[in-house]
Design a binder for this molecule. Sequence first.
Ligand code: SF4
Length: 326
Amino acid sequence: MAGTGTAHMRPDGDRVLTVTDLVVEFPAGGGQKVHAVSGISFDLLDGETLGILGESGCGKTSAGRAVMQLPPPTSGSVAFGGTELTGLSPAALREQRRRLQIILQNPVAALNPRRKVKDLVAEGPSVWGGRPDRARIEEVLRAVGLDPATVWDRRPHELSGGQCQRVCIARALMLDPRVLICDEPVSSLDVSVQAQILNLLEETKSRYGLSMVFIAHDLAVVKNISDRIMVMYLGKVCEVVPSATLAEEARHPYTRLLLESVPEADTDGAAGAARENTEPPSPLNPPSGCRFRTRCPLATDRCAEEEPVLREAAAGHHVACHHADV
Ligand code: SF4
């Protein structure tokens, strides 16, 4: 089986997103390829938040963008509701993207610096056939914690990073999304502002009945906001675990490494793991078998020869490791 298996996929439940055997590769010159995502699968239930956790280069951002078809994956399936997104015409894809919105890491760069807040927030619906009325824009600005009277005519450079991220969330909400993909939405913000934006995302999810995919390198952040966590390493899925049992029950050696690398007050967990251990191998030429084997304290010959697939460790908990206690 290509990739890391599908044992963690849930046949029952109201699935809003089903991603199967997703592969993302980029040309790298000299006939080489970057193996950014190598056959991962996951699903998202209605009202759920799935956290995707891993250090820089693990493929989590490429996976999120491939779900949005930005760009489309090299292969694999992305089903949003009942619609397969891969292979849709540009017009049909634009229609689907109204309900599948993405929040990016750098909110300042995501906003047109020449436009005022009122126009930035109205932009999406305007493209789709009519500028929303002022009351609707004000309602959404208030929902994201911005005072319409204060920010209405301001441009991005007149706002803080946190306020810009609130504007980005407001822009997404104007299109009445069903799923929000949040790609490192707080990592460029001051620590003091991060908690405010995370609280806002949780409130927004509940108020608007959304489902979320929350992508981040920071274990503490992902754990707090997610119902379920998928840990990625070098383009593969290592472990899928309920966030409530992550700390006590995680079994994959990489997940354990991430957990052990987080001091009590550390807010940069996975990055901390990367600092304390050897750098991951290049995604140009990933290791055979288990991709974590070059950094794994439990690795054996079998790990070089055979790729582990996800196996059930407990209800809702799956681990891809030959030697974890599953
Ligand atoms: S399969 Fe082998 S190398 Fe990979 S995590 Fe498990 S023990 Fe380590």
